[in-house]
Design a protein around this ligand. Structure first.
Ligand code: SF4
Length: 680
């Protein structure tokens, strides 16, 4: 037996802006330890609690080790073991038969279960493009903010995260950084030690808010109103960088007029905060340099999320914050990476066909739709990978009903028996990050990374790329691209600046960007300027929530609910890791004491969280983390590990954001009652 200890370079694949560089220690073919790589500048050797337990997840007794075929009713979790050859041949035959009627009846469903370019968006896309399957609009998390940022800056681009350490004012807007952006938080703390002021804007008093100098607990979905009022103050006090505005923005005069209609008193009423809080923040923002904003995706999960992101993204241009490398804004840095998606995904394989597009955020409705001229064919087959829609898609009563359809053929590539895998006809065992090759961009820093396989696949698990390569062969797809190896695809993943050889040599490659990349304009828009009056979206405005505490619906459902991630989970990943679940305990709803007392709810009592869409059972925590009028349903529990087989998406809805066609999870009114009370 070879008992030599080796260290392998890896990258964290999870949906987190940090994309940590990892070193995996392997002994006797077994991964015994994962550690952060201390040489990687933006993540410098620290992993979060979740991923530092990766061996526990990799060798988890619940890993799917063999292909499985359903034997019981959908959702029952009853399966039998089958061989790969039998499973793949049957799947290919079933897909072929459906595609012969209409390939659009086949729908892929994937998201960021891995952020890797190979296992997430390469051979799978080639396969579905060649098949002519429906396209998938991947909107579930970030498309409102992403498209808003692109409309404004021309791409998902922003500051280098390292430079936050030099900022003098940091506004953390819609982000619980300690839980979900740990390495940014390290830089923010360094700034704090150097005298910077930290302000947190979040409806929830998060662990991050606890550690900032100021917390502005606005109502969900009112960020646009706050940004407009900040602009009002910048204008009336002339805290503006006229030269930067003149040279590097277009459309400001119209927005200036709109901002003047938003004095702090008006915004304060909408946001549920005081006018003095707004004035104070504007004073700080207009008079501190360098000032930086760490915007995150929490605040764009409401009807007006896209407009709100555009408004916030314009602020650094108004004060010229971009002139300094420690000023500006970071929502996402992914647009800096020269990913060659045409080479990876081969959209040319679609040819002259024009497949319809299914929005992943409305899968609940779409699985229940019949064929029609408007919709196209009824969905007959779903192939799910890197995602757990039964737990994470909004309005889960409809999602579950759709996945339970007997006439739906469902294939799930998974590491574990998730809520979604329970509804599959076939479950195919997927490798974890320690078992396959991948290359990565980041949306929180500017380093590309490699992930080398550290161990052989556990059980009979296979990489996603291998599964789609095999399926392509069985479908008779004979283009040479279906024979590309993972290494072949890794070589073409980045169009320039990042070679596989350089990644292999160093573990990562820093993109050749300027230190203050927007100091002299250079936005990626056609004009090179920050676009304020967009040809597509006009001048940004505050867009009220679908479900507003001021509206009629609030008479029956008066509490606004947000559903941010529990600290030890990452979307629905890690919920099945016992040691992490033990820390979280059980599904909880944070409530302000006044809201709980008004409903006769005691701390720790089981409650029903409900509206017209459904009912979620969990435990009430009376907590200062919740502001009056807002409850925090921490997610995202697997339904089968929650109470009564429900999770927080039982009550969320499928209406979409103003920009980016994204779900508005945090735009949701509910009522809460002790579990024993009868529904009204
Ligand atoms: S989840 Fe984020 S912080 Fe944790 S290891 Fe992965 S990239 Fe790093």
């Amino acid at each position: 037996m070879n008992d030599a200890v080796t260290t392998v370079r890896a990258a964290c694949p999870h949906d987190c802006p940090d994309t940590c560089a990892i070193r995996v220690t392997v002994q006797n073919g077994r991964a015994i330890r994962v550690q952060g790589d201390p040489d990687h500048p933006p993540t410098h050797g620290a992993l979060c609690t979740k991923v530092s337990r990766y061996p526990e997840r990799t060798y988890h007794p619940g890993r799917v080790l063999h292909p499985l075929r359903r034997t019981g009713p959908k959702g029952s979790g009853q399966f039998e073991r089958v061989g790969w050859d039998e499973a793949l041949s049957d799947i290919a035959a079933r897909l072929k038969a459906i595609a012969a009627r209409d390939p659009q009846a086949v729908v892929p469903y994937s998201y960021a279960g891995t952020m890797g370019l190979l296992q997430g968006e390469s051979m799978d896309r080639r396969f579905f493009h060649k098949l002519g399957a429906s396209l998938l609009d991947r909107t579930i998390c970030a498309s409102a903010g992403g498209e808003a940022l692109t409309a404004t800056y021309g791409g998902k681009i922003g500051m280098h995260v390292e430079h936050f350490a030099e900022s003098k004012l940091i506004v953390i807007w819609g982000s619980n950084s300690i839980a979900s952006n740990l390495h940014f938080w390290t830089f923010a703390q360094a700034a704090k030690r150097n005298g910077a002021k930290l302000v947190c804007i979040d409806p929830r008093r998060t662990e991050t808010a606890d550690k900032c100098h100021q917390h502005i607990a606005l109502l969900p979905g009112t960020d646009g109103a706050l940004a407009l009022a900040l602009m009002h103050e910048l204008v009336v006090n002339d805290w503006l960088d006229h030269d930067y505005i003149e040279r590097h923005t277009e459309g400001w005069p119209k927005l200036r007029e709109r901002a003047l209609q938003w004095p702090p008193e008006r915004a304060a009423e909408v946001c549920g905060i005081t006018a003095e809080e707004i004035r104070g923040l504007a004073r700080d923002y207009g008079n501190t340099s360098p000032a930086a904003i760490r915007l995150n995706y929490g605040m764009q999960r409401v009807r007006g999320g896209g407009n709100a992101v555009r408004l916030v993204a314009i602020l650094p241009c108004l004060v010229g914050a971009w002139r300094h490398r420690a000023g500006g804004l970071l929502l996402s840095s992914s647009g800096w990476f020269p990913v060659d998606r045409a080479a990876l995904q081969r959209p040319d394989l679609i040819g002259s066909r024009k497949p319809r597009t299914i929005n992943m955020s409305t899968i609940g409705d779409d699985l229940l739709r019949e064929s029609s001229a408007e919709f196209g064919p009824k969905i007959e087959a779903l192939v799910v990978y890197n995602s757990n829609p039964v737990a994470v898609a909004p309005e889960s009563p409809k999602v579950v009903k759709g996945f339970a359809r007997d006439d739906l053929f469902t294939v799930v590539l998974e590491q574990f028996m998730t809520d979604t895998a329970d509804h599959a006809d076939y479950v195919l065992p997927a490798t974890t990050q320690l078992e396959h090759l991948d290359v990565h961009l980041s949306y929180g820093h500017s380093y590309a990374l490699i992930n080398e396989p550290a161990i052989a696949p556990v059980g009979e698990a296979r990489p996603n790329t291998s599964v789609f390569r095999e399926l392509a062969q069985r479908m008779g797809f004979d283009e040479p691209c279906f024979r590309d190896s993972d290494e072949d695809m890794a070589r073409v993943a980045f169009a320039k600046d990042v070679s596989l050889d350089a990644l292999r040599a160093n573990g990562w490659v820093k993109l050749p960007l300027g230190e203050a990349p927007l100091a002299n304009g250079g936005f990626r828009t056609p004009s090179g300027k920050c676009v304020i009056d967009s040809p597509e979206f006009g001048v940004p405005d505050h867009v009220p929530n679908y479900e507003s505490p001021q509206g009629e619906l609030a008479e029956r459902f008066p509490l606004a609910m947000i559903s941010p991630p529990a600290r030890n989970f990452l979307n629905s990943s890690f919920v099945n890791v016992q040691s992490l679940r033990d820390i979280e305990g059980e599904p909880v709803l944070e409530m302000h004491e006044a809201d709980a007392l008004a409903r006769g709810i005691a701390h720790g009592q089981p409650v029903r969280v409900f509206n017209d869409r459904g009912e979620y059972v969990c435990k009430a925590l009376l907590s200062a983390r919740a502001r009056p009028g807002v409850v925090n349903g921490l997610g995202i529990w697997w339904r089968k590990l929650g109470v009564n087989g429900t999770n927080v998406n039982e009550v969320t809805h499928q209406r979409l954001t103003d920009i980016g066609r994204a779900p508005s999870f945090y735009d949701c009114l509910v009522e809460v009652a002790p579990l024993s009370a009868v529904a009204t």
